[in-house]
Design a protein around this ligand. Structure first.
Ligand SMILES: N[C@@H](CCC(=O)N[C@@H](CS)C(=O)NCC(=O)O)C(=O)O
Length: 206
């Protein structure tokens, strides 16, 4: 990838929404500046950003937000995309579905009313997770341990990152029965560049 200046990924000191573009860069050996803002710096910078949210991706004086769009762009560059439009549709579709599930999880976590939060968490674990994970597991089986296109794509990376969040809420024991999904995660985490990144990245809770 030819680039005049080292690209920058700006986010907070979390894995969060920046981990997918970071992981894709690590996989594709795209050198990038891993900028992690504290709240004070963010308050200063926020009004200068396109939509007042992170992560941001900067390259050659240009800047863009939206973690999934950024990830798709980077995935194309490093060969983590499909071979045709249909494969790309399959990949995008499963990426968005995984994102839907992650959003359901974060909604529960942001709930401030403790009684409602406990009830919502119950539904999440007993209904929402099984509904999504059973279906995603079937997709992973049909794709031989991948989320789409029967090969390694950025959708696998997205799932591998979200797996940690899902396991944190539902418990590792609950997820272990989705054997094909565990395979997707293990596959990604066994890639040498990813293994190295997981070892060297800042340790954060999420
Ligand atoms: N859909 C956006 C969501 C971005 C977003 O909500 N970012 C949050 C952090 S996870 C943020 O910047 N919050 C700080 C703020 O709103 O001041 C994406 O995927 O990039």
């Amino acid at each position: 990838m030819s680039q005049k200046v080292t690209p920058k990924i700006t986010y907070f000191n979390f894995r969060g929404l920046a981990e997918l573009p970071r992981l894709i860069c690590k996989y594709g050996k795209i050198n990038f500046e891993d900028i992690r803002l504290n709240q004070e710096d963010w308050a200063t910078i926020k009004p200068t950003t396109p939509f007042g949210v992170l992560p941001l991706y900067e390259e050659d004086g240009k800047i863009c937000n939206q973690s999934i769009a950024i990830s798709r762009y980077l995935a194309k560059r490093v060969g983590l995309y499909g071979d045709d439009d249909w494969e790309n549709l399959e990949i995008d579709s499963v990426v968005d579905t995984i994102t839907d599930l992650r959003l359901k999880l974060t909604q529960v976590f942001r709930e401030e009313d403790e009684t409602k939060k406990a009830a919502d968490q119950e539904v999440l674990i007993n209904e929402t997770f099984p509904y999504y994970l059973e279906r995603l597991d079937k997709i992973a089986a049909q794709n031989f341990g991948h989320m789409a296109a029967k090969k390694l794509t950025w959708a696998d990376f997205h799932f591998a990152i979200c797996y940690g969040m899902f396991a944190f809420i539902a418990g590792e024991d609950t997820l272990i029965k989705y054997k094909n999904l565990v395979k997707v995660k293990d596959n990604v985490e066994s890639i040498a560049t990813i293994k190295n990144w997981m070892r060297e990245r800042p340790v954060t809770d999420f």
